[in-house]
Design a protein around this ligand. Structure first.
Ligand SMILES: [Zn+2]
Length: 500
């Protein structure tokens, strides 16, 4: 049975000139699901506390194994994680010829496994991407009863470094691939699982390395990556998201030199004073509000979920991005403020060479998260203007290439809408721009659509702990995410899509 009813196909076609207009025709997709299935609303719960299914036991075991292997950038070893997952692929019967382990350095290996499809020549593979590396974590910084590298189950949560970012997705991709292999299921195109190094901060980004050195291994028609997820409010699913775009990282150096001298004879011109003045101006400077197709859609949809005052402000800003009062209301909420504009913030500082000398050099690092349409040179000029002091040089220290936003095709929006409805009921699906960065950018730059979708739900008011203390993942959310990605993977690799 063809999943797309003609009416939906026409909707999609008619709106295809708008990058996001075809986005989630929620009402139409709900109708499609109703036609495709007798089920109204969510199916039976996929998770019962204390009673894991065999495939859930596997996912839990993989997650435990992964988080207990320290893969942080300076104290860990990513290869150990890659080898452990390769062992699981091999044990499941995936031939050695379809498992690759490698990387630019011995402790920075990636693992790539492939489940062969029936007709791999017909459609380019589906790539399921997750990173194995994690942000550093010190036991002393965590609650006394938790160790960041010990998998701990407590009060409905799994705790450990990486349970949210990004080992939940890695474990789920592995467990689901093993499940499909055990079922003897043959997708209509290859499914590739790539678990990679140095997404967070290390210098040997695994996706970059694979794309440059082994393009064939990760050559795909569509990529599913971290960056999306669902939002819970009071434990109930509020909406699901697909991440389509991301901001761009650039670092600038504020650089001030001075002839210096003896500190007993100070002058008005002083490198540290100039730098301090400049930093204080940068700290108060706000870049102009920007609006893209993705953020316009985001604020339009999120307005419906928000408090009346916030909803009004979001609608007002979409109607008129110059509405400063509306922007101020939105910017007061840190969940949203960084989505409004390019942001720049001082992150490191150095200066002076002796307690009794006038400083000859003072420097600060300014970390900027640029709106994808802003150019580094424009940002540099804006900083210079805000500082207004020619003694302070603004230098580009590092900049990443802009990556385009992924267009939201029916190929991805339909499976996400269908499985969201099956598992979480009639909730909206909202496109997002990540204010951080992830590895989807490497594929987007190559023109390969890469989406942040996970079906992993969390409550940002209590669960936003990635990179921080006591990182955790709701156990129910983990297994719902597993089922979500399992069903979505099947829909994305079945042609025409059918319900698995
Ligand atoms: Zn991550």
């Amino acid at each position: 049975m063809t999943f797309l009813p003609s009416r939906l196909a026409m909707n999609t076609l008619a709106m295809s000139t708008l990058a996001l207009g075809a986005l989630f025709p929620i009402a139409a997709s709900a109708q499609a699901s109703a036609q495709a299935s007798a089920q109204a609303g969510p199916t039976a719960p996929v998770f019962t506390p204390g009673k894991l299914s065999p495939t859930q036991e596997v996912a839990r075991g993989v997650l435990k194994e992964l988080v207990e292997i320290n893969t942080s950038v300076s104290t860990g070893n990513i290869t150990n994680g890659a080898l452990a997952m390769a062992k699981r692929f091999r044990a499941a019967g995936i031939p050695d010829s379809d498992i690759f382990i490698g990387g630019p350095r011995p402790e920075r290996h990636n693992v790539v496994a492939r489940l062969r499809g029936k007709n791999p020549a017909g459609r380019k593979p589906l790539l399921l991407l997750a990173h194995l590396d994690v942000v550093e974590a010190l036991k002393a910084d965590w609650s006394p009863d938790l160790d960041p590298f010990v998998f701990t189950e407590k009060e409905g949560y799994y705790y450990a470094r990486g349970v949210a970012d990004d080992k939940a997705m890695a474990a789920i991709f592995v467990a689901n691939l093993l499940r499909m292999k055990a079922e003897g299921w043959r997708p209509d195109r290859d499914i590739i699982v790539a678990l990679t190094s140095d997404e967070e901060s290390g210098p040997f980004n695994g996706v970059d390395w694979l794309v440059t050195n082994h393009r064939d291994l990760v050559d795909a028609g569509l990529v599913i990556n971290e960056g999306g997820g669902g939002v819970l409010r009071n434990g109930q699913p509020l909406f699901n998201t697909i991440q389509l775009a991301q901001k761009v990282v650039a670092n600038f150096t504020l650089h001030v030199t001075n002839r210096g001298g003896h500190s007993s004879v100070p002058r008005d011109d002083n490198a540290i004073t100039s730098l301090a003045d400049a930093l204080s101006k940068v700290g108060r400077y706000h870049f102009p509000v920007r609006m893209s197709d993705v953020t316009r859609q985001f604020f339009t949809e999120t307005a419906k979920q928000e408090t009346p005052a916030m909803g009004r402000a979001m609608r007002a800003l979409v109607a008129n991005p110059a509405d400063a009062a509306a922007a101020a209301i939105i910017a007061a909420d840190e969940k949203y403020s960084s989505m409004l504009r390019t942001t720049c913030v001082a992150t490191m500082l150095s200066g002076g060479h002796a307690t009794n000398a006038l400083p000859q050099l003072a420097e600060a690092n300014i970390n900027c998260r640029m709106y994808p349409t802003d150019a580094p040179d424009d940002v540099r000029r804006a900083l210079e203007t805000a500082i207004g002091d020619t003694a302070v040089k603004v230098l580009v220290k590092s900049q990443r290439a802009n990556s385009p936003a992924a267009a939201l095709s029916a190929e991805i929006s339909q499976p996400v809408a269908q499985v969201t409805k099956e598992l979480f009921g009639n909730i909206p699906i909202i496109p997002t721009m990540s204010t951080g960065a992830n590895d989807s950018r490497f594929f987007l730059t190559l023109g390969v659509p890469a989406y942040g979708v996970s079906g992993l739900f969390s409550d940002p008011s209590v669960d936003a702990r990635a990179h921080g203390r006591d990182e955790r993942m709701g156990i129910k959310s983990f297994f719902e995410g597993q089922e979500f990605l399992y069903r979505m993977t099947k829909l994305l690799t079945t042609n025409p899509p059918t319900i698995p």
